[in-house]
Design a protein around this ligand. Structure first.
Ligand code: UD1
Length: 370
């Protein structure tokens, strides 16, 4: 059995790493012949957005690097497809594994399906019901053409059922990103990041912002920075700045280096970052994955978005969805700092064994179909 797993952007690396190690373990424990190759599309290419994750997550160098880089959505998606098609034609894998919802996810699944190669989508079924988000289009399309849909939370099963997906394609397995969090948390304990920035446990706010809806528009970005300067008066903020956000701050000439109590950094590696999440008093974000990592760790998270495709983090976890209203976000953060917190629980099957379940299902299915 020959498998190619695809990574493209930062949130993909921690999802493929545990699948990679689950396949290795399976191979060692059985006499199954499984060849597993990793293809990096190059959607993210900065050292701090990519290389550091391979090292920290103990992923080997990718077998294929497509070097696609940035561009318009069409350009990026089309370039990934053109390059990935060459890989598929020469390697002829039995299965392509894609994760998440970035442009590389839809590009590679579409290319594989067109060549008659089976596709497994890990983190399937999530829906924000906001089609202005590029990721929502990527999710809907990837799910519609994949053969295996590995779901992280119950809403995913409901969404896929509602879309009329055949039941035997849907597998509720838990969350591979949580597998990585569980695997690497002990290692993160030796992180020096708090010391480096003079932070202490539960005494700082962690901020991440990169959604086009928050950072691509000058007025919104200005409002966001003004919110941060108000919140920094209450507690120190650490804000690792995403390349998209950095580029827009420069383009709109918005200065952030003079705000007191606001620590600005470049993008941060995986181990330091999960340590920052674990020890934060609260998180203000528009990320997808951080809503889930904070729920697993029981850390309060304020999400500056109109909708979430991960509703379990609000229904069962510690996530507070405040819409795109900066005033609401300010109130919520202050209330939380004043003790108005939410008790969460860890969602079903977020137990560190999702990748094992995925690999078991795939192997069983492929053994039967031979
Ligand atoms: C992408 C994903 C988003 C994910 C995010 C995580 C899509 C549609 N979006 O958004 O779902 O949450 O990754 O980070 O796939 N850039 C660099 N260096 C890099 C990568 C990007 O400087 O290594 C800059 C470039 O100017 C680029 C911009 O960031 O134009 C945006 O990158 P892109 O990959 O298009 O989307 P993200 O905003 O990173």
């Amino acid at each position: 059995m020959k498998i190619i797993s695809v990574v493209g952007a930062r949130p993909n690396f921690m999802k493929v790493a545990p699948i990679f190690s689950a396949i290795n373990i399976k191979r060692q424990l059985s006499n199954l012949e499984i060849e597993h190759l990793v293809c990096h599309t190059g959607q993210h290419y900065d050292e701090r957005m990519s290389k550091v994750f391979f090292e920290e997550l103990e992923l080997p160098q990718p077998d294929f690097y497509l070097g696609v880089g940035s561009g318009s959505h069409t350009e990026q998606t089309a370039n990934v497809m053109l390059e990935f098609e060459k890989v598929l034609i020469s390697e002829k894998p039995d299965l392509v594994i894609v994760v998440g919802d970035v442009n590389s996810t839809i590009a590679c699944s579409l290319t594989a399906v067109k060549l008659g190669i089976k596709v497994a989508h890990v983190e399937a079924g999530l829906r924000s019901f906001d089609r202005s988000m590029p990721e929502e289009i990527n999710r809907i399309l990837t799910d519609a053409i994949s053969d295996y849909l590995f779901v992280t939370e119950k809403s995913g099963i409901d969404n896929l059922n509602q879309e009329g997906v055949e039941k035997n394609k849907i597998h509720f397995v838990g969350h591979v990103m949580i597998d990585s969090l569980i695997n690497f948390l002990p290692k993160a304990e030796s992180s020096q990041i708090l010391k480096r920035y003079g932070l202490s446990n539960k005494n700082y706010i962690l901020v991440t912002m990169h959604r086009p809806s928050n950072v691509d528009n000058k007025e919104n970005l200005k409002e966001l920075i003004s919110l941060l300067s108000k919140l920094a008066k209450k507690q120190t903020i650490i804000f690792p700045v995403h390349p998209r956000t950095r580029k827009n701050l420069e383009k709109f000439n918005i200065r952030i280096d003079k705000i007191e109590n606001l620590v600005i950094t470049d993008p941060i590696g995986y181990l330091d970052f999960i340590w920052l999440i674990k020890n934060a008093s609260l998180i203000l974000t528009d990320s997808g994955g951080i809503q889930e990592e904070s729920t697993y760790l029981g850390v309060q998270c304020v999400t500056l978005r109109r909708s979430t495709e991960r509703p379990i983090t609000v229904d069962e976890g510690t996530n507070h969805l405040v819409g795109d209203d900066f005033g609401m976000a300010e109130k919520k953060v202050i209330n939380i700092l004043n003790g108005d917190t939410k008790e969460g629980k860890i969602p079903d099957l977020w137990d560190g064994k999702a990748s094992e379940r995925i690999v078991d299902i795939l192997i069983k299915d492929f053994s039967f179909s031979k």
